[in-house]
Design a protein around this ligand. Structure first.
Ligand SMILES: [Zn+2]
Length: 237
């Protein structure tokens, strides 16, 4: 699909800038925010909001994220059925999407979890979200949701995980050998931007029996830098 507005008209650019600043004023420095995007051209199913929710996101820099959403929608080709196609339609109708901060968090980890909780809340209220992860685009049972939330933690970078006090736990399927390594101790070896997914790939086999290791992300609790030892009967998450 062709670019819709190229170059972006000065008026729209100024509106986006103003909108991003206004929202960012609500977010203290160093905080993460869950936000939603509303379409003011369609009414909210609950009748409370000034438009229907179309997307839930999270960011450590909400002003930059808003500008990036708008730039991607208006300056690049947009995929059919995507959030950005919807944003283009809103702008073409002479309106602007509305960005609303939902909740503030002190770590990326809380923010990532919060994003899905908010998405589920809005979905249950009848919203249709353009989010791409299943847990953010369809109503899901608690059990499946919890499983997906756990899996999502592997997407955290070591810097984010370290800030949240998260650790990678590996456990042998055969003999119960296990280890839990705090993200801060993985940082020097793997670097800040590497995710737990990547680290997990380097830790596949049990050093005792060669059995397959299962992984989990554990948060808080008494996690020593490197703990190994006897089978732990209080199995992790
Ligand atoms: Zn083993």
């Amino acid at each position: 699909m062709a670019k819709v507005l190229s170059p972006m008209p000065v008026g729209i650019r100024a509106q986006i800038e103003a909108m991003a600043l206004e929202v960012a004023e609500l977010v203290p420095d160093a905080a993460y925010a869950n936000y939603m995007i509303l379409d003011p051209t369609r009414s909210d199913p609950t009748g409370i909001l000034p438009g229907t929710p179309i997307y839930v996101g999270q960011s450590g820099c909400v002003a930059r994220r808003i500008k990036s959403h708008m730039r991607q929608a208006l300056m690049q080709s947009v995929r059919r059925g995507s959030l950005y196609e919807r944003i283009v339609a809103i702008v073409r109708a002479g309106a602007m999407p509305i960005f609303r901060v939902l909740q503030l968090h002190s770590t990326r980890l809380e923010s990532v979890r919060g994003e899905t909780i908010w998405a589920q809340r809005l979905l249950r209220d009848g919203a249709c979200l353009y989010n791409r992860w299943p847990e953010q685009s369809r109503v899901m049972a608690d059990k499946e949701l919890a499983r997906r939330q756990r899996r999502r933690l592997f997407d955290l970078s070591l810097a984010e995980a370290s800030e949240a006090g998260a650790a990678l736990q590996a456990r042998c399927c055969r003999d119960g050998w296990h280890v839990a390594i705090g993200a801060e101790h993985l940082l020097p070896r793997f670097g800040k931007l590497v995710t737990f997914h990547a680290v997990r790939r380097t830790l596949r086999e049990c050093p005792q029996c060669g059995g397959r290791l299962r992984h989990a992300i554990v948060i808080e609790g008494a996690i020593s830098p490197v703990s190994t030892g006897a089978p732990d009967r209080n199995a992790g998450p």
